[in-house]
Design a protein around this ligand. Structure first.
Ligand code: SF4
Ligand code: SF4
Ligand code: SF4
Length: 531
């Protein structure tokens, strides 16, 4: 929110009351980061992380207001280039620490003003929404932003009025788990409920089943982040259709898309859920000034140069950040990088070529299962003169459960069924041919409802073939009708809202491993569709 200047006296930052439109997101630099990047070859400093030595804005390093070095590039296997511009201290004298206590005192007035405004905002939001919210919680990620959000919410609200929810993706930094433990203990002392949501699928398994995530295939956010949290809150509130409000640590200065958020949103990330971003307008200078002032617990990963505490390997991260993660947490990072290599369809690559493939980030551009060595298409949908035929390899019995989500499902014989949909009983006929199951719809034509029915049935088939009980569909059901605890069971209470079909390509796993991109091909007398 406020501008800052470098303060030569303390080596810190000093905030002033003029508004800042764009923050370069300064962050403190400790000796561990200098060591990892190789600055110890150039500079003389004591190895003690009680206080930082300098600040970094992106790849630029500032010592007492002077730009002293830059880094360029970097990736998992490639060290960033160091460009040392100026000696921080003359004659290689030891670096001086930033005088954090003095910096805190200089900024106390302006930080207090900002804190009081933010606390008021949190309290007013709580009062305004409390009648329509079942559960308020701080969405805790282990990062600096969520630590600040938690501190402010706990100052604004009675401690029994909200919970802290840690979304554990299973891909967190080891330092984040340490941080989580400290926060959990703090919550215990303060009388705040601390919850931890984690997918039943472990990461080892999910990466094998879905293939590694990619920029346009971020199934992991739903499988490992969102759905476990929704399911935990459903269980906690005893209400599948609960309405929650998450207090987040989202800040506008983090990205262009986030800068367009309102401070309270409805359904922005999760359908039917509110989120409140109390520190949306804070920049990182204010954030660190507050963290130091309140002596908040800071995730150790920041002292090692990580600008964000996120997932160990993420298709959205790049550059120096990747190098730092690989240096700080080599075993955990290489475990995931090895999975990228083991599942890649680049079978002719030598190990050097494969390392380059990973290092250049080409794995992040994957669009389908064709780039994997196990991409699958097990069904074909054809339309001939308005009649749809679905051919499935190895059809399993799960389709009969998923079919109940469309409408009332009746089994007439081993090969004939009816499903009610929009006041019509649709016939479904199954036939075995050459080891495949051929599915036809005798009383289905080209009417609007017929087309919708076939589309839902196609979704049923996709789910029955590809579902690995990742939990996303169950979390999407606001009436709690999908039980995946032992196989799959759709309850009789299903209201046929079809929300569980409203998922990318009907199933996130299918979307990630299907071989075909979709489209339409003319084949002799009929059209051939691949979904
Ligand atoms: S790896 Fe990236 S895309 Fe996947 S859950 Fe983590 S942050 Fe989201
Ligand atoms: S059908 Fe739903 S629950 Fe099953 S794997 Fe796909 S997205 Fe997950
Ligand atoms: S989401 Fe809707 S259609 Fe799907 S199981 Fe739940 S109630 Fe039934």
């Amino acid at each position: 929110m406020y501008s800052y200047n470098w303060d030569a006296e303390t080596g810190g930052i000093i905030l002033n009351s003029s508004p800042l439109n764009f923050s370069k997101e300064p962050r403190p630099v400790y000796y561990k980061e200098l060591d990892i990047l190789g600055f110890d070859q150039y500079w003389n400093y004591e190895k003690n992380d009680a206080y930082p030595y300098m600040w970094a804005e992106a790849n630029n390093y500032y010592y007492r207001g002077k730009l002293v070095a830059k880094t360029k590039g970097g990736s998992y296997y490639t060290r960033p280039e160091l460009i040392v511009l100026e000696e921080p201290e003359l004659h290689n004298a030891p670096l001086r620490y930033i005088d954090i206590p003095a910096m805190v005192e200089k900024n106390r007035g302006i930080i207090e003003k900002l804190v009081q405004e933010t606390i008021k905002k949190i309290y007013n939001t709580y009062v305004e929404y409390k009648e329509r919210i079942d559960v308020f919680y701080v969405a805790f990620s282990g990062g600096k932003d969520s630590v600040v959000a938690l501190s402010l919410v706990s100052r604004a609200l009675p401690h029994n009025m909200f919970k802290v929810l840690f979304g554990d993706t299973g891909m967190e930094f080891p330092d984040t788990y340490k941080e989580m433990k400290s926060i959990q203990e703090l919550c215990q002392r303060e009388g705040i409920d601390f919850l931890r949501a984690k997918s039943k699928l472990d990461v080892d398994n999910s990466w094998n089943l879905f293939g590694p995530p990619a920029v346009t295939l971020r199934w992991c956010c739903s499988v490992h982040k969102t759905s476990p949290q929704v399911m935990l809150l459903q269980e906690l509130t005893g209400n599948q259709g609960f309405t929650g409000m998450a207090f987040t640590g989202i800040r506008g200065d983090e990205s262009v898309s986030r800068s367009e958020y309102d401070s309270v949103n409805y359904g922005e990330k999760h359908r039917g859920q509110y989120s409140c971003h109390p520190i949306l307008e804070w920049n990182s200078a204010e954030l660190y000034a507050y963290i130091y002032q309140e002596k908040l617990i800071l995730n150790e990963s920041y002292k090692k140069g990580n600008s964000r505490a996120g997932c160990l390997v993420c298709p959205m991260s790049s550059g120096k950040h990747e190098f730092l993660k690989a240096q700080c947490y080599p075993d955990q990072v290489h475990f995931l990088l090895d999975k990228i290599k083991a599942t890649s369809g680049k079978s002719s690559f030598t190990s050097i070529e494969m390392d380059k493939f990973v290092d250049d980030g080409n794995w992040k551009t994957r669009k389908t299962g064709r780039e994997l060595n196990f991409g699958q298409d097990k069904h074909v949908v054809e339309t001939d003169k308005g009649k749809t035929i679905i051919t499935v390899q190895h059809l399993n019995e799960r389709w009969k459960e998923w079919a109940k989500t469309i409408g009332e499902f009746i089994c007439l014989s081993d090969s004939d069924y009816t499903i009610d949909f929009r006041e019509k009983a649709y016939s479904v006929h199954l036939e075995q041919k050459n080891g495949n199951t051929i599915i036809t719809f005798p009383n289905c034509g080209t009417a609007k409802d017929d087309i919708k029915f076939v589309s839902l049935f196609r979704s049923v088939i996709i789910k029955s073939i590809y579902c690995v009980n990742c939990g996303v569909c169950a979390a999407n059901c606001s009436t709690g009708c999908i039980d995946m605890s032992q196989g799959l069971k759709i309850s009789d209470k299903c209201v046929h809202c079809h929300q569980c079909h409203n998922i990318h390509e009907h199933c996130l796993r299918y979307n990630s491993i299907r071989n075909k991109v979709g489209g339409e091909k003319k084949m002799k007398a009929f059209y051939f569709f691949i979904y």
